[in-house]
Ligand binder design. Sequence first.
Ligand SMILES: NC(=O)C1=CN([C@@H]2O[C@H](COP(=O)(O)OP(=O)(O)OC[C@H]3O[C@@H](n4cnc5c(N)ncnc54)[C@H](O)[C@@H]3O)[C@@H](O)[C@H]2O)C=CC1
Ligand SMILES: O=C(O)[C@@H]1CCC=N1
Length: 350
Amino acid sequence: MIRAMTEPIENRFGLASGVWCKATQMFSFPTPEHPDNGAVSRRYPGNEMKGIFLSTKVVPRHVPLALRGGGTFVVWLKGDIMQTRIVLVGSGHLAHALFLGWQRDGAVHRTIHVLARSTRLFAELWTPEEQTHITFDPDILQTADIVVFTVKPKDMSDALSAMSPYLNRQALVLSPVAGYSLEQIRRRLPHQGLVRFMPNICSAIGASVTLFTPDGLTAAQKTMVESLIAELGPMLEVEESLINPMTALLGSGPAYVYLFMEAVIQAGEQLGVDRELTRLLVGRMIEGSARLAEHEGATPLSQLIRQVVSPGGTTEAMLNVLKKAEWGNTLTGALLEAGERAIELGQYSA
Ligand SMILES: NC(=O)C1=CN([C@@H]2O[C@H](COP(=O)(O)OP(=O)(O)OC[C@H]3O[C@@H](n4cnc5c(N)ncnc54)[C@H](O)[C@@H]3O)[C@@H](O)[C@H]2O)C=CC1
Ligand SMILES: O=C(O)[C@@H]1CCC=N1
Protein backbone atom coordinates (compact mmCIF):
# COMPACT_ATOMS: atom_id res chain seq x y z
CA MET A 1 0.00 0.00 0.00
CA ILE A 2 2.72 2.43 0.99
CA ARG A 3 4.95 1.40 -1.88
CA ALA A 4 2.23 2.00 -4.43
CA MET A 5 1.54 5.41 -2.98
CA THR A 6 5.05 6.70 -2.47
CA GLU A 7 7.26 5.22 -5.15
CA PRO A 8 6.30 7.48 -8.00
CA ILE A 9 7.34 10.48 -5.98
CA GLU A 10 9.78 9.17 -3.44
CA ASN A 11 12.83 10.68 -4.99
CA ARG A 12 11.40 13.85 -6.38
CA PHE A 13 12.34 17.18 -5.04
CA GLY A 14 10.51 20.43 -4.89
CA LEU A 15 12.09 23.83 -4.88
CA ALA A 16 10.68 26.19 -2.33
CA SER A 17 12.20 29.31 -0.88
CA GLY A 18 15.47 28.23 -2.44
CA VAL A 19 15.57 24.98 -0.44
CA TRP A 20 15.34 21.46 -1.76
CA CYS A 21 13.70 18.78 0.30
CA LYS A 22 12.41 15.28 -0.12
CA ALA A 23 8.86 14.44 -1.02
CA THR A 24 8.76 11.35 1.16
CA GLN A 25 8.59 13.58 4.19
CA MET A 26 5.05 14.37 3.26
CA PHE A 27 4.15 10.79 4.05
CA SER A 28 5.92 10.53 7.36
CA PHE A 29 2.76 11.14 9.29
CA PRO A 30 -0.19 8.81 9.77
CA THR A 31 -3.42 9.90 8.10
CA PRO A 32 -6.87 8.29 8.36
CA GLU A 33 -6.41 6.68 4.96
CA HIS A 34 -2.81 5.66 5.60
CA PRO A 35 -2.41 5.00 9.30
CA ASP A 36 0.89 3.18 8.74
CA ASN A 37 2.57 6.13 7.02
CA GLY A 38 5.24 6.41 9.69
CA ALA A 39 6.79 3.30 8.17
CA VAL A 40 7.78 5.35 5.18
CA SER A 41 10.05 7.63 7.16
CA ARG A 42 11.63 4.61 8.77
CA ARG A 43 12.46 3.34 5.29
CA TYR A 44 14.25 6.60 4.52
CA PRO A 45 16.19 7.31 7.67
CA GLY A 46 18.54 9.77 5.92
CA ASN A 47 15.77 12.11 4.94
CA GLU A 48 15.92 15.54 6.39
CA MET A 49 13.30 18.19 6.08
CA LYS A 50 15.14 21.40 5.31
CA GLY A 51 12.37 23.70 4.27
CA ILE A 52 8.92 23.99 2.86
CA PHE A 53 7.94 21.41 0.34
CA LEU A 54 5.44 22.37 -2.33
CA SER A 55 3.51 19.48 -3.69
CA THR A 56 0.47 18.95 -5.83
CA LYS A 57 0.46 15.32 -4.75
CA VAL A 58 -0.46 15.84 -1.12
CA VAL A 59 -4.07 15.99 -0.12
CA PRO A 60 -4.62 19.37 1.58
CA ARG A 61 -6.72 17.99 4.39
CA HIS A 62 -3.74 15.90 5.52
CA VAL A 63 -1.63 18.94 6.23
CA PRO A 64 -3.08 19.77 9.65
CA LEU A 65 -2.60 16.14 10.59
CA ALA A 66 0.97 16.27 9.45
CA LEU A 67 1.60 19.38 11.52
CA ARG A 68 -0.04 17.82 14.55
CA GLY A 69 2.15 14.80 14.03
CA GLY A 70 5.23 16.89 14.68
CA GLY A 71 6.15 18.12 11.22
CA THR A 72 6.64 21.85 11.34
CA PHE A 73 7.47 22.52 7.70
CA VAL A 74 4.71 21.01 5.64
CA VAL A 75 2.75 23.57 3.67
CA TRP A 76 0.25 23.02 0.93
CA LEU A 77 0.82 25.39 -1.95
CA LYS A 78 -0.22 25.54 -5.55
CA GLY A 79 1.65 23.17 -7.84
CA ASP A 80 2.44 25.75 -10.48
CA ILE A 81 4.91 27.46 -8.15
CA MET A 82 7.29 24.53 -8.36
CA GLN A 83 7.39 23.84 -12.07
CA THR A 84 10.79 22.67 -13.25
CA ARG A 85 11.30 23.46 -16.91
CA ILE A 86 13.12 20.84 -18.96
CA VAL A 87 14.05 21.34 -22.61
CA LEU A 88 15.15 18.38 -24.72
CA VAL A 89 17.18 19.57 -27.71
CA GLY A 90 16.49 17.08 -30.51
CA SER A 91 13.32 15.10 -31.15
CA GLY A 92 14.67 11.65 -31.98
CA HIS A 93 14.58 8.27 -30.29
CA LEU A 94 16.31 9.06 -27.02
CA ALA A 95 14.50 12.39 -26.66
CA HIS A 96 11.22 10.51 -26.91
CA ALA A 97 12.29 7.88 -24.37
CA LEU A 98 13.40 10.57 -21.87
CA PHE A 99 10.23 12.55 -22.51
CA LEU A 100 8.11 9.51 -21.65
CA GLY A 101 10.26 8.64 -18.63
CA TRP A 102 9.96 12.12 -17.19
CA GLN A 103 6.28 12.43 -17.99
CA ARG A 104 5.26 9.29 -16.15
CA ASP A 105 2.82 9.56 -13.26
CA GLY A 106 1.48 12.85 -14.51
CA ALA A 107 4.65 14.75 -13.50
CA VAL A 108 2.59 17.80 -12.67
CA HIS A 109 5.58 19.50 -11.11
CA ARG A 110 7.42 20.08 -14.38
CA THR A 111 7.03 21.14 -17.96
CA ILE A 112 8.93 19.47 -20.75
CA HIS A 113 9.56 21.10 -24.10
CA VAL A 114 11.25 19.50 -27.07
CA LEU A 115 13.30 21.80 -29.26
CA ALA A 116 13.29 20.21 -32.71
CA ARG A 117 15.20 20.90 -35.89
CA SER A 118 13.26 18.81 -38.37
CA THR A 119 9.96 16.96 -38.54
CA ARG A 120 11.69 13.67 -39.35
CA LEU A 121 10.32 10.89 -37.11
CA PHE A 122 7.48 13.14 -35.91
CA ALA A 123 4.60 10.90 -36.99
CA GLU A 124 6.52 7.72 -36.19
CA LEU A 125 7.57 8.65 -32.66
CA TRP A 126 5.39 11.42 -31.29
CA THR A 127 1.63 11.21 -30.81
CA PRO A 128 -0.39 14.33 -31.71
CA GLU A 129 -0.72 15.15 -28.00
CA GLU A 130 3.03 14.75 -27.44
CA GLN A 131 3.71 16.97 -30.45
CA THR A 132 2.15 19.87 -28.55
CA HIS A 133 5.38 19.84 -26.46
CA ILE A 134 7.54 20.35 -29.57
CA THR A 135 8.78 23.74 -30.63
CA PHE A 136 11.27 25.10 -33.17
CA ASP A 137 11.89 28.30 -31.23
CA PRO A 138 15.25 28.36 -29.35
CA ASP A 139 13.89 31.17 -27.11
CA ILE A 140 12.36 28.34 -25.10
CA LEU A 141 15.86 27.77 -23.67
CA GLN A 142 15.95 31.12 -21.92
CA THR A 143 13.71 29.99 -19.07
CA ALA A 144 14.88 26.38 -18.91
CA ASP A 145 16.16 24.89 -15.64
CA ILE A 146 17.48 21.75 -17.35
CA VAL A 147 18.60 21.43 -20.97
CA VAL A 148 19.28 17.95 -22.35
CA PHE A 149 21.12 17.67 -25.67
CA THR A 150 19.75 14.56 -27.37
CA VAL A 151 21.48 15.07 -30.71
CA LYS A 152 23.88 12.81 -32.60
CA PRO A 153 27.59 13.18 -31.74
CA LYS A 154 28.32 14.72 -35.16
CA ASP A 155 25.72 17.46 -34.48
CA MET A 156 26.70 18.18 -30.88
CA SER A 157 29.34 20.88 -31.39
CA ASP A 158 27.07 22.86 -33.73
CA ALA A 159 24.09 22.41 -31.42
CA LEU A 160 26.04 23.63 -28.37
CA SER A 161 27.36 26.66 -30.24
CA ALA A 162 23.93 27.51 -31.64
CA MET A 163 22.12 27.12 -28.31
CA SER A 164 24.65 28.68 -25.92
CA PRO A 165 23.51 32.30 -26.47
CA TYR A 166 20.00 31.33 -25.33
CA LEU A 167 21.00 29.51 -22.13
CA ASN A 168 20.62 31.21 -18.78
CA ARG A 169 23.56 30.82 -16.38
CA GLN A 170 21.54 28.74 -13.90
CA ALA A 171 20.41 26.17 -16.44
CA LEU A 172 22.00 22.75 -16.02
CA VAL A 173 23.09 21.02 -19.20
CA LEU A 174 22.80 17.26 -19.50
CA SER A 175 24.41 15.26 -22.31
CA PRO A 176 23.85 11.60 -23.20
CA VAL A 177 25.84 12.07 -26.42
CA ALA A 178 28.03 9.04 -27.10
CA GLY A 179 31.77 9.76 -26.92
CA TYR A 180 31.33 13.48 -26.34
CA SER A 181 33.37 14.42 -23.24
CA LEU A 182 32.64 16.89 -20.48
CA GLU A 183 35.78 18.73 -21.52
CA GLN A 184 34.38 19.14 -25.05
CA ILE A 185 31.14 20.53 -23.66
CA ARG A 186 32.94 22.75 -21.15
CA ARG A 187 34.90 24.41 -23.97
CA ARG A 188 31.61 25.64 -25.43
CA LEU A 189 29.74 26.21 -22.17
CA PRO A 190 32.30 27.51 -19.66
CA HIS A 191 29.78 28.64 -17.04
CA GLN A 192 27.03 26.03 -16.91
CA GLY A 193 26.63 23.15 -14.49
CA LEU A 194 27.16 20.04 -16.64
CA VAL A 195 26.19 16.38 -16.39
CA ARG A 196 27.31 13.71 -18.79
CA PHE A 197 24.95 10.75 -18.47
CA MET A 198 24.36 7.49 -20.26
CA PRO A 199 20.80 6.16 -20.17
CA ASN A 200 19.18 3.68 -22.54
CA ILE A 201 15.79 3.66 -24.23
CA CYS A 202 14.25 1.75 -21.30
CA SER A 203 14.11 5.24 -19.73
CA ALA A 204 10.68 5.43 -21.35
CA ILE A 205 9.29 3.10 -18.66
CA GLY A 206 11.66 4.02 -15.84
CA ALA A 207 13.77 0.88 -16.43
CA SER A 208 17.02 2.29 -17.78
CA VAL A 209 20.29 1.73 -15.96
CA THR A 210 21.89 5.15 -16.10
CA LEU A 211 25.43 6.25 -15.30
CA PHE A 212 26.26 9.88 -14.78
CA THR A 213 29.19 12.21 -14.08
CA PRO A 214 28.47 15.73 -12.82
CA ASP A 215 30.77 18.69 -13.34
CA GLY A 216 30.50 22.09 -11.67
CA LEU A 217 27.21 21.48 -9.83
CA THR A 218 26.28 22.83 -6.42
CA ALA A 219 25.16 20.26 -3.84
CA ALA A 220 21.52 21.26 -4.37
CA GLN A 221 21.83 21.01 -8.14
CA LYS A 222 23.43 17.59 -7.85
CA THR A 223 20.63 16.39 -5.60
CA MET A 224 18.06 17.65 -8.07
CA VAL A 225 19.78 15.99 -11.05
CA GLU A 226 20.10 12.71 -9.16
CA SER A 227 16.42 12.80 -8.45
CA LEU A 228 15.64 13.42 -12.11
CA ILE A 229 17.90 10.63 -13.34
CA ALA A 230 16.53 8.26 -10.70
CA GLU A 231 13.14 8.58 -12.36
CA LEU A 232 14.61 6.79 -15.38
CA GLY A 233 15.57 3.72 -13.33
CA PRO A 234 18.60 2.59 -11.30
CA MET A 235 21.49 5.04 -11.53
CA LEU A 236 25.11 5.29 -10.51
CA GLU A 237 27.53 8.22 -10.32
CA VAL A 238 30.83 7.22 -11.94
CA GLU A 239 34.14 8.63 -13.09
CA GLU A 240 33.76 9.94 -16.62
CA SER A 241 36.24 7.34 -17.90
CA LEU A 242 33.55 4.70 -17.38
CA ILE A 243 31.00 6.36 -19.60
CA ASN A 244 32.47 5.36 -22.99
CA PRO A 245 32.80 1.65 -22.17
CA MET A 246 29.38 1.64 -20.55
CA THR A 247 27.89 3.29 -23.60
CA ALA A 248 28.75 0.04 -25.39
CA LEU A 249 27.47 -2.24 -22.63
CA LEU A 250 24.45 -0.33 -21.34
CA GLY A 251 23.49 2.47 -23.75
CA SER A 252 23.57 0.09 -26.71
CA GLY A 253 22.48 -2.77 -24.45
CA PRO A 254 18.82 -3.11 -25.36
CA ALA A 255 19.85 -3.70 -29.00
CA TYR A 256 21.85 -6.86 -28.29
CA VAL A 257 19.19 -8.10 -25.88
CA TYR A 258 16.49 -7.62 -28.53
CA LEU A 259 18.65 -9.28 -31.18
CA PHE A 260 19.04 -12.23 -28.83
CA MET A 261 15.28 -12.26 -28.19
CA GLU A 262 14.52 -12.12 -31.90
CA ALA A 263 16.73 -15.16 -32.53
CA VAL A 264 14.94 -17.03 -29.73
CA ILE A 265 11.55 -16.01 -31.10
CA GLN A 266 12.50 -17.31 -34.56
CA ALA A 267 13.54 -20.64 -33.05
CA GLY A 268 10.26 -20.74 -31.18
CA GLU A 269 8.34 -20.17 -34.39
CA GLN A 270 10.13 -23.03 -36.08
CA LEU A 271 9.37 -25.19 -33.05
CA GLY A 272 5.69 -24.26 -33.46
CA VAL A 273 5.30 -21.56 -30.78
CA ASP A 274 3.45 -18.32 -31.43
CA ARG A 275 5.76 -15.25 -31.78
CA GLU A 276 3.89 -13.04 -29.29
CA LEU A 277 3.75 -15.78 -26.68
CA THR A 278 7.49 -16.47 -26.98
CA ARG A 279 8.26 -12.75 -26.80
CA LEU A 280 6.31 -12.40 -23.59
CA LEU A 281 7.63 -15.53 -21.93
CA VAL A 282 11.24 -15.15 -23.02
CA GLY A 283 11.23 -11.57 -21.70
CA ARG A 284 10.15 -12.88 -18.31
CA MET A 285 12.75 -15.65 -18.48
CA ILE A 286 15.50 -13.09 -19.15
CA GLU A 287 14.24 -10.97 -16.28
CA GLY A 288 14.19 -14.01 -13.95
CA SER A 289 17.68 -15.11 -15.02
CA ALA A 290 19.03 -11.62 -14.37
CA ARG A 291 17.40 -11.51 -10.96
CA LEU A 292 18.80 -14.90 -9.99
CA ALA A 293 22.30 -13.89 -11.15
CA GLU A 294 22.01 -10.80 -8.96
CA HIS A 295 20.67 -12.80 -6.02
CA GLU A 296 23.51 -15.32 -6.37
CA GLY A 297 26.03 -12.50 -6.67
CA ALA A 298 28.98 -14.56 -5.39
CA THR A 299 28.30 -17.54 -7.66
CA PRO A 300 30.26 -17.57 -10.93
CA LEU A 301 27.97 -17.45 -13.97
CA SER A 302 29.66 -20.62 -15.28
CA GLN A 303 28.37 -22.39 -12.17
CA LEU A 304 24.85 -21.09 -12.73
CA ILE A 305 25.07 -22.40 -16.30
CA ARG A 306 26.14 -25.80 -14.96
CA GLN A 307 23.02 -25.82 -12.77
CA VAL A 308 20.90 -25.71 -15.94
CA VAL A 309 22.73 -28.42 -17.88
CA SER A 310 21.59 -32.02 -17.64
CA PRO A 311 24.14 -34.32 -19.25
CA GLY A 312 22.90 -35.33 -22.68
CA GLY A 313 19.91 -32.97 -22.35
CA THR A 314 18.50 -29.94 -24.21
CA THR A 315 20.80 -27.31 -22.72
CA GLU A 316 23.91 -29.28 -23.60
CA ALA A 317 22.68 -29.71 -27.19
CA MET A 318 22.18 -25.94 -27.44
CA LEU A 319 25.46 -24.97 -25.75
CA ASN A 320 27.46 -27.30 -28.02
CA VAL A 321 26.23 -25.41 -31.08
CA LEU A 322 26.91 -22.01 -29.51
CA LYS A 323 30.42 -22.99 -28.39
CA LYS A 324 31.27 -24.35 -31.86
CA ALA A 325 30.20 -21.04 -33.37
CA GLU A 326 32.24 -19.17 -30.72
CA TRP A 327 29.14 -17.20 -29.96
CA GLY A 328 30.47 -15.75 -26.70
CA ASN A 329 33.65 -14.52 -28.37
CA THR A 330 31.64 -12.95 -31.15
CA LEU A 331 29.53 -10.98 -28.67
CA THR A 332 32.60 -9.92 -26.69
CA GLY A 333 34.27 -8.75 -29.92
CA ALA A 334 31.14 -6.86 -30.94
CA LEU A 335 31.04 -4.99 -27.63
CA LEU A 336 34.75 -4.14 -27.85
CA GLU A 337 34.02 -2.70 -31.28
CA ALA A 338 31.20 -0.61 -29.79
CA GLY A 339 33.51 0.64 -27.03
CA GLU A 340 36.12 1.69 -29.60
CA ARG A 341 33.42 3.42 -31.59
CA ALA A 342 32.37 5.49 -28.58
CA ILE A 343 35.94 6.86 -28.38
CA GLU A 344 36.01 7.54 -32.12
CA LEU A 345 32.67 9.37 -32.02
CA GLY A 346 34.11 11.84 -29.53
CA GLN A 347 37.22 12.36 -31.62
CA TYR A 348 35.25 12.97 -34.82
CA SER A 349 33.09 15.56 -33.07
CA ALA A 350 36.05 17.61 -31.73
N1 LIG B 1 19.07 5.99 -28.99
C1 LIG B 1 19.61 5.50 -27.86
O1 LIG B 1 19.23 4.40 -27.40
C2 LIG B 1 20.67 6.26 -27.13
C3 LIG B 1 21.23 7.41 -27.66
N2 LIG B 1 22.20 8.08 -26.98
C4 LIG B 1 22.74 9.32 -27.53
O2 LIG B 1 21.67 10.23 -27.67
C5 LIG B 1 21.85 11.05 -28.81
C6 LIG B 1 20.61 11.01 -29.68
O3 LIG B 1 20.44 9.70 -30.17
P1 LIG B 1 19.10 9.30 -30.93
O4 LIG B 1 17.94 9.90 -30.25
O5 LIG B 1 19.16 7.84 -31.09
O6 LIG B 1 19.31 10.04 -32.34
P2 LIG B 1 18.20 10.48 -33.40
O7 LIG B 1 18.88 10.58 -34.72
O8 LIG B 1 17.01 9.61 -33.28
O9 LIG B 1 17.81 11.94 -32.93
C7 LIG B 1 18.68 13.04 -33.01
C8 LIG B 1 17.81 14.26 -33.15
O10 LIG B 1 18.60 15.42 -33.02
C9 LIG B 1 18.04 16.42 -33.87
N3 LIG B 1 18.99 17.51 -33.98
C10 LIG B 1 20.24 17.52 -34.47
N4 LIG B 1 20.79 18.76 -34.36
C11 LIG B 1 19.86 19.54 -33.77
C12 LIG B 1 19.81 20.91 -33.39
N5 LIG B 1 20.84 21.72 -33.60
N6 LIG B 1 18.68 21.37 -32.82
C13 LIG B 1 17.64 20.57 -32.60
N7 LIG B 1 17.60 19.26 -32.94
C14 LIG B 1 18.71 18.76 -33.53
C15 LIG B 1 17.72 15.65 -35.12
O11 LIG B 1 16.82 16.35 -35.94
C16 LIG B 1 17.11 14.40 -34.50
O12 LIG B 1 15.74 14.59 -34.22
C17 LIG B 1 23.10 10.55 -29.51
O13 LIG B 1 24.17 11.40 -29.26
C18 LIG B 1 23.36 9.18 -28.90
O14 LIG B 1 24.73 8.90 -28.82
C19 LIG B 1 22.63 7.67 -25.74
C20 LIG B 1 22.09 6.56 -25.17
C21 LIG B 1 21.10 5.75 -25.81
O1 LIG C 1 24.26 3.82 -31.15
C1 LIG C 1 24.69 4.80 -30.52
O2 LIG C 1 25.76 5.35 -30.85
C2 LIG C 1 23.91 5.34 -29.35
C3 LIG C 1 24.70 5.35 -28.09
C4 LIG C 1 24.15 4.26 -27.24
C5 LIG C 1 22.95 3.86 -27.94
N1 LIG C 1 22.78 4.50 -29.04
